[in-house]
Design a protein around this ligand. Structure first.
Ligand SMILES: NC(=O)c1ccc[n+]([C@@H]2O[C@H](COP(=O)([O-])OP(=O)(O)OC[C@H]3O[C@@H](n4cnc5c(N)ncnc54)[C@H](OP(=O)(O)O)[C@@H]3O)[C@@H](O)[C@H]2O)c1
Length: 253
């Protein structure tokens, strides 16, 4: 879809190395936004930036680990040095590591909380001043947090992932009370089953198989479906906040 309102926006997309982040970066750039691409895999980001540039868009690859404060600080500096103020932040980077709670996988819990929640907060911290300054100038400013249907629907063995996503949805709602009055839109996008690399890090064979079974049983959403929703959300007139969107495959109950 075409969203002319996105021309002249300056965006940051985290988790741009694959899946929803890659598709969102492409969608924003195709509509004229400059896009800073953040993730850990430099070669993926470089390839995406080259693709976007070859298609006539503007993109900047910025390697960063959002669980590391110094890395996020350096990324924010690189973005500001290249592009100046950012007016659109898509907080999308995330990991999903299911296992029975009784297995006590503190390593996975820590990684999910540090990435999905604290990492998102680090990114918010890095760019909120840009968003409020943009809005104060009368221009559109957006913070989009990619949450999940797992913030509402409970899945056995996904307790900690679900808790991090419920926190992202709650954080988005709470932030609206602080940033809405300053004309910064905050949106939570909550996808269901989407075909990406998210399941590749599951280390429990039974749960991997279960996830594979869901993909066999239900035609999943594509990363491009979610990217289109993000692009639609941030291209509304600035007084319209599409604040919480649940987007599921039609066959997902
Ligand atoms: N796929 C689904 O069914 C689904 C459903 C609901 C919600 N979501 C959410 O959608 C978001 C995007 O996931 P996806 O489905 O597109 O999966 P994905 O393909 O695995 O993408 C996750 C992205 O996050 C990046 N990332 C992970 N840890 C990071 C870190 N410490 N620092 C910086 N970047 C990091 C990864 O890049 P690097 O590895 O290069 O860092 C990757 O680009 C996630 O928040 C996920 O929870 C997905």
């Amino acid at each position: 879809m075409s969203y002319p309102a996105l021309a002249a926006r300056t965006a940051v997309v985290t988790g741009a190395a694959s899946g929803i982040g890659t598709a969102t970066a492409r969608a924003l750039a195709a509509n004229g936004a400059r896009v800073a691409l953040i993730a850990r895999r430099t070669e993926r980001l470089d390839a995406l930036a080259a693709d976007i540039t070859a298609a006539g868009g503007q993109a900047l690859a910025v390697t960063a680990d959002i669980t590391d404060q110094a890395s996020v600080d350096a990324a924010a500096k690189a973005v500001h040095d290249a592009y100046g103020r950012v007016d659109l932040v898509v907080n999308n980077a995330g990991v999903m590591l299911p296992n029975p709670l009784a297995d006590g996988r503190i390593d996975e819990w820590t990684r999910m909380i540090d990435t999905n929640l604290t990492g998102a907060l680090r990114v918010i911290r890095a760019f909120t001043a840009d968003l409020t300054a943009t809005a104060a100038d009368g221009r559109t400013a957006d913070l989009v947090n990619v949450s999940s249907i797992a913030s509402h629907v409970l899945f056995p063995d996904y307790a900690v992932y679900g808790a991090t996503k419920a926190a992202v949805t709650q954080l988005s709602a709470a932030l609206r009370t602080e940033l809405g009055p300053r004309d910064v839109r905050v949106s939570a996008v909550e996808p269901g089953l989407t075909d990406t690399e998210l399941g590749d890090h599951v280390d429990n064979p039974a749960l991997s198989e279960q996830l594979g079974g869901m993909f066999s049983a239900i035609p999943a959403l594509s990363a491009e479906d979610i990217a289109d929703l993000v692009a639609y959300t941030v291209s509304r007139p600035r007084h319209v906040n599409l604040r919480q969107s649940v987007v599921l495959p039609t066959r997902q109950a």
